[in-house]
Design a protein around this ligand. Structure first.
Ligand code: 1DF
Ligand code: MN
Length: 354
C-alpha cells in the first residue's frame, strides 16, 4: 500500500466506514467531454453541469476537477482526513450517457479497466461499480458479464436518463435481465435534466443537485417501478442516493394514487402491478444518504426501509465535508444500526470482500 497508515479513531470504532457513491473521472472522459462541449447544440443540462465544472475558475470547481481524476494519493488523503476507510467508486455523471452510441460503447471498457486498475493498486481502500453505455443494451449486458468475470465487480451504475430516454422503456430491459442474473445491483445515480424538462428548472437555477437531480432521478425510479420492471425481474436490486430521492416521503401518496389510477384505467402506461409502489421500494431498493447528513431524514428513511437497507455515502468530491461524518456519527442509532449503516449493508449490497 502506498498511503500512510490511518491516523483515525479506527481502534475505538468496531466497523469500517464505507462510502458508496464516490465519483471519479478518467482524464480520457474529460477529453471526450471537451469535444462534445465544443460542438453547436450541446445538451443544455450537460453544458450547465460538466461544462461548468470543467471551465469555472471557482475554487469549488477547480477542487472538484482535481479530485475527480485522482485515484491515488490525493483521494486517499481526503479519505483519511474524513475517516472513510473504503470508497465504492462510480464513473461521474453523466458517464458515457451523453456520448454518441459508438463513442460510448468504445469508451466504457476503458473506464472500467481504469477503475479495476485503481482497485488493484489500492485493494483495501477502493471498490467500484461497472459503468455502462445504455445506448447499447446488449453491449451493456456483455460489459456487466465481462467485468464480473475479469475483475469480480459486483454492481453497476447508471446515471439516470440516457439523452431523455428512460429504463422503463423495454428496449433497455436486457440490462436488467443481465443485472438480475448476475445478482449485480444497479445504482441509479442522478444526471443533469434532459432537454424536455429543464426549462423551468434552469430558469430558476434549480436544475442541478440542489433539486432538479432529485426530481428527475425520483421520477426515473418511479417509472421503473410502475412500468412493471420488478414483476419481470423480481430479484433485481437497485440503489438510490440522496435518501431515495425523497421517494420514501412520497410513499403513502404514491400507493394511494397508483391504486386509484389503476382502478380508473386512466392511463395506458399505468397498468396493475403485483405489488404497491412502496413495496417495490422496500423490497427491491437500497437507499444511501448521499448529500443528506441529517438525522431526522436518516431516521425516517431507516424506519421506512428497514435499517438493513440504508447505507452511508459521502458523494465525494461534490460534497466532501469531513464534519458531516461526525454529524452522522452523532445521530441517535444503536451500535448495531450504526454498524449496519456505515459498514454491514454496504458489504452486503456491493458484495465487498473486506
Ligand atoms: C453534483 C452532485 C454533481 C452530485 C454530481 O456529478 C453528482 C453537483 C456530476 O453538485 O453538481 O454526482 N450528486 O450526486 O449530488
Ligand atoms: Mn453523486
Amino acid at each position: 500500500m502506498t498511503h500512510s497508515p490511518q491516523k483515525l479513531d479506527l481502534p475505538t470504532r468496531p466497523y469500517r466506514r464505507i462510502a458508496t457513491e464516490e465519483a471519479f473521472s478518467p482524464p480520457e472522459m474529460l477529453e471526450i467531454y471537451r469535444k462534445i462541449l465544443a460542438k453547436d447544440n450541446v445538451d443544455v443540462g450537460f453544458k450547465n453541469l460538466m461544462g461548468f465544472y470543467m471551465s469555472s475558475p471557482s475554487e469549488r470547481a477547480q477542487h472538484i476537477m482535481r479530485c475527480l481524476v485522482d485515484l491515488d494519493e490525493l483521494r486517499i488523503a481526503h479519505m483519511d482526513a474524513s475517516g472513510i476507510d473504503i470508497q465504492v467508486l462510480a464513473l461521474t455523471s453523466p458517464g458515457a450517457q451523453i456520448m454518441d452510441r459508438e463513442t460510448a460503447v468504445s469508451f466504457i471498457p476503458n473506464a472500467n479497466d481504469e477503475l479495476a486498475a485503481a482497485i488493484k493498486r489500492h485493494p483495501t481502500r477502493f471498490a467500484g461499480m461497472v459503468a455502462l453505455a445504455p445506448q447499447d443494451p446488449a453491449a451493456s449486458a456483455k460489459e456487466l458479464q465481462r467485468c464480473a468475470d475479469l475483475y469480480g465487480m459486483r454492481s453497476a451504475v447508471i446515471n439516470s436518463h440516457t439523452q431523455g430516454e428512460y429504463l422503463s422503456d423495454k428496449k433497455f430491459w436486457p440490462i436488467f435481465e443481465a443485472a438480475e442474473a448476475l445478482n449485480m445491483p444497479i445504482y441509479l445515480h442522478p444526471n443533469s435534466l434532459p432537454a424536455q424538462m429543464i426549462d423551468p428548472f434552469i430558469e430558476a437555477g434549480l436544475d442541478g443537485a440542489i433539486y432538479g437531480f432529485g426530481v428527475e432521478t425520483g421520477l426515473h425510479a418511479l417509472r421503473i417501478i410502475t412500468s412493471g420492471v420488478f414483476d419481470q425481474f423480481p430479484n433485481l436490486k437497485m440503489v438510490l442516493g440522496h435518501m431515495g430521492e425523497a421517494l420514501p416521503f412520497w410513499a403513502y401518496r404514491l400507493d394511494y394514487m397508483h391504486n386509484a389510477t389503476v382502478r380508473s384505467k386512466r392511463y395506458e402506461a399505468i397498468q396493475p402491478t403485483k405489488r404497491k409502489p412502496s413495496e417495490y421500494l422496500k423490497e427491491n431498493f437500497y437507499i444511501t444518504n448521499s448529500g443528506v447528513a441529517w438525522g431526522p431524514a436518516l431516521q425516517f428513511t431507516q424506519a421506512f426501509m428497514g435499517t438493513d437497507r440504508v447505507l452511508y455515502a459521502m458523494d465525494y468530491p461534490y460534497q466532501y465535508l469531513p464534519e458531516e461524518v461526525d454529524m452522522l456519527e452523532r445521530v441517535d442509532m444503536t451500535p448495531e444500526v450504526k454498524r449496519q449503516f456505515f459498514q454491514d449493508n454496504a458489504v452486503k449490497v456491493f458484495d465487498l470482500k473486506i
